[in-house]
Design a protein around this ligand. Sequence first.
Ligand SMILES: Nc1ncnc2c1ncn2[C@@H]1O[C@H](COP(=O)(O)OP(=O)(O)OP(=O)(O)O)[C@@H](O)[C@H]1O
Length: 609
Amino acid sequence: MSQKEMKQKKNAYSNRFYYPQDEAIEKPFNWKQMTRLLEYIKPYSKTLLPAAFGAVLVNMIVRLLIPILIGQFVIDRAIINQDYQLLVYLIVFVVALYFVNYLANHFRIKTVNVLGQRTIHDLRRQLFTHVQYLSHDFFDKRSAGSILVRILNDVNSLQELFTNGIINILMDAFMLIAIIVILFTLSPQLALAVLVILPLMFYISTKLRRNIRRTWQNVRLIRSRLNSHLNESLQGMRITQSFAQENENAAYFDGVNQENYERERIAMKKSAYFGPIIEMSNAIGTVILIAYGSVLIINQSMEIGTFVTFAFFLGMFWEPISRLGQIYNQLLVAMASSERIFEFLDERPTVKEAETPIILDDMKGQIIFDKVKFSYDDERVALHEISIEVKAGQTIALVGHTGSGKSTIANLISRFYDPTDGRVIIDGHNLRDLSLESLREHISVVLQDTFIFSGTIMENIRFGRPEASDEEVIESAKVVGAHDFIERLAQGYDTEVEERGSILSAGERQLLSFARALLADPKILILDEATASIDTETEMKIQAALRQLLKGRTSIMIAHRLSTIREADNIIVLENGRILEQGDHDELVEKQGEYYSLVKSQFDMLEEN
Ligand SMILES: Nc1ncnc2c1ncn2[C@@H]1O[C@H](COP(=O)(O)OP(=O)(O)OP(=O)(O)O)[C@@H](O)[C@H]1O
């Protein structure tokens, strides 16, 4: 492959999984956002949080006490005065302190882990629940992959902050101040001398950190693309195989995967510089300590114990510095992730529940479209002033060329979208005034591309009415003619179907969704191209079942097949979002308009075959 082709290929994959809204990997620190994040810890402010702080406090006190005990007491008092009894007491005391420290540490780690896990769990649950209630237009604008990345990756990247970050910031800041105060109290001259390299080290490490941070940003970016690519590839695997595009797809994957490897390698390499710099600062500090400290001891300006205590504290000085830098990076990443999470959480459903919604316990099923206009976006109008009346219990069929607006009408009846103008009225109520839940409870939709959830056949049919008994499930399967094929499956109704029901044929999936719809016993039934995947023999069988299914309900059928629509009470022929003609089959045939030509073309096709 030439250089140019390689470059083209590289651009192709990076454009394919490029989500501009997910590009910002870090954002400046923002207090408002931080306080909003801290809200998630609030439920634990009386339980886990004080427990963790208590343990941290014990740990800090012990760590600060040990060097003082060793220098000021063990060396300067017990050893110098040869007071062996005091020495034994001190050793016992130090052992006890270490033991308490061990317990406190153990408790702290356990508590902060639980705290982190719980806050992440709460946040993820809130995010998922919230996203579930968002309207269809939200999902129209975003790919499943990009939503997935936010609920998984962005929430995950807050985990470390909630687990250790917040506690560590406070602990390290406190330790640092305490150590500086102690160093200056022990010996101001020596403290000044050893900390002289601090500004230089601070400068180098800030520069380096910024650089390292950028390389990790790149890693996160490519990981999120890797996720999206995987998600799309696995979902589209059948299409990939049927077009024999495995090699192309593998090349895309290789590209992203290789880049992931490269970026991680660079990030790791740069990160590896950081440890040695801290080490070196520590080394320089120690050399100054030995040189200048010895002079002070020889001059008798410092006692040996003080020197030892000083050495201990100096050793402890670099750890919080290094960790605070890390936490700062974590904070910036958390700012970007939380901004994206809050963007979803602040998103409100465009289809809003009325302030005092009307709950329909019973629905008759009369539907009126009163001069309804609708656009999905600013550019195109999907429906132009549509007026339709469907009496309760009637069956209407929507026919028309692809893109003429049939599914859009169905979407408006379920109130997945609100009309841009005009009203949709059910049983005399504007849909905007009805409770969404009670409206949708009375409506069942059977789509051409039936969605089968992972679980058993029984569970999938029961989805229509969760409280239905096994007998009721089987009965509805019998009515729609699904019982026979289910019985032939190895485990019958207990057969597990996964991955959108891939072990079933398209027709079988549709029969299942019929059974599901029948079980739900809706007042309004919407069948969107619902019989398209069923062969003629099954279709004959199902015609009778369909008559049962339609009985006593208002039905909207979107179908291309003549056999399913000729019995409808009213047939509405749509073109480019307008009603072209309407009437029953005989009327429309007599009229010899658009419907007549549709019917004729189907017959011609049948005769040709
Ligand atoms: N989610 C969407 N966002 C933007 N435009 C959309 C959306 N869904 C449909 N459209 C557009 O609205 C118009 C009507 O689409 P609709 O799905 O109602 O057609 P249809 O008659 O059901 O077609 P088909 O027979 O192919 O299912 C089309 O021009 C389509 O491109």
